[in-house]
Design a protein around this ligand. Structure first.
Ligand code: UDP
Length: 335
């Protein structure tokens, strides 16, 4: 009973993945508190049943106020910048928001005796992989500041666990795509940099063509290979991770990917089939910071968390993103 009145704090709950998490938790009858500074998120993406606080986690007075007011027992932390090329140009922006933001959040958790956090890490912490698929214990050597900022977050939380007993699950995402299948919420970044939404902008006639960033990589068709996972499968893994910590298990890290690789060219081809649109594409310069191929070994999440991804076909993933795009051609402006 007491547990029921406790809330889950979703930091970054107005963002792409965070908003899907909030909606799922509310569907499950959870009390949800959202903190977001709306620097990249959308107020309209946040389910009406969540209690929303607009502010920045690096603002101590603000964050303390939320923890004082709310009865929080678990934090799910999504608030971060996540654009690899931007991080190459503005590294300090990433260390400030991502890494220092994590420190500020952990300080507040320590002061309010909140002992559980699930947070977003990334395949970018591995850098150029030693082998493929990548396992959790493989070398972590980021090749961009985004990955470095997230690796630092992982290191910081380990020491916070040891000193303060804050238990954590770090989830290393591969490439997240798709949307709520009913088309109610989805991906909307301004400016958009991610592959699937850009492909669908071309399909919708909002962009003339896709630029494929390099076709001379060491992959079967020369374009980058990535492991695409549906946003709701990702969200399910967070819910399993919350239950895993609530059951008293120890802190751990898990890859979240489908364990299947798709090249940029294969993604375009799949999107052509889903949308029935021609989707013109041209080869362009490589983008700095991109490794050839990133494919997850995801057996650990399946074994330990009992994670069972539902979307094993990249076309189904693209279809859900296309539903969102067709219902909201200009994203949250149309919602
Ligand atoms: N990509 C591309 N054209 C675009 C956007 C992305 O060729 O307009 C490629 C990019 O180089 C990478 C893959 O698509 O190999 C996925 O990029 P995205 O930015 O979606 O995710 P990231 O892997 O950076 O997290």
């Amino acid at each position: 009973m007491e547990e029921k009145l406790m809330s889950i704090l979703v930091v970054g709950g107005a963002g792409y993945i965070g908003s899907h998490m909030v909606k799922r938790l509310i569907e499950q009858g959870q009390e949800v508190v959202v903190v977001d500074n709306l620097s990249t998120g959308h107020r309209k993406a946040v389910d009406e049943k969540a209690r929303f606080y607009e502010g920045d986690i690096r603002n101590h007075v603000f964050l303390k106020g939320v923890f004082d007011r709310e009865n929080i027992n678990t934090v799910v932390h999504f608030a971060a910048f996540s654009i690899v090329p931007e991080s190459m140009e503005k590294p300090l922006k990433y260390f400030d928001n991502n890494t220092a933001g994590m420190v500020a959040l952990l300080e507040e958790m320590r002061d309010h005796d909140v002992k559980r956090i699930i947070f977003s890490s990334t395949a970018a912490t591995y850098g150029v992989p030693e082998k493929s698929p990548i396992e959790e214990n493989d070398r972590q050597a980021p090749i961009n500041p985004y990955g470095e900022s997230k690796l630092m977050m992982e290191k910081i939380i380990r020491w916070a666990d040891q000193a303060y007993g804050i238990k954590f699950v770090a989830l290393r995402y591969f490439n997240v795509a798709g949307a709520y299948p009913d088309g109610s919420i989805g991906e909307d970044h301004g400016p958009e940099t991610h592959l699937t939404p850009i492909i669908l902008q071309v399909a919708a006639g909002q962009r003339d063509q896709l630029k494929i960033f390099g076709d001379d990589y060491n992959t079967p068709d020369g374009t980058n290979v990535r492991d695409y996972v549906h946003v709701l499968d990702l969200v399910d893994a967070h819910i399993l991770a919350i239950n895993y910590l609530k059951a008293g298990n120890d802190s751990d890290v898990f890859n979240l990917g489908s364990s299947t690789g798709f090249s940029v060219k294969q993604m375009v081809e799949a999107a052509r089939e889903v949308t029935g649109e021609p989707i013109p594409a041209e080869i362009a310069e490589r983008r700095p910071g991109d490794p050839d191929s990133l494919i997850a070994a995801s057996q650990k999440a399946r074994d330990v968390l009992q994670w069972q991804p539902q979307y094993d076909d990249v076309k189904e993933i693209i279809q859900t993103a296309w539903n969102w795009k067709q219902q909201h051609p200009r994203g949250y402006e149309d919602r």
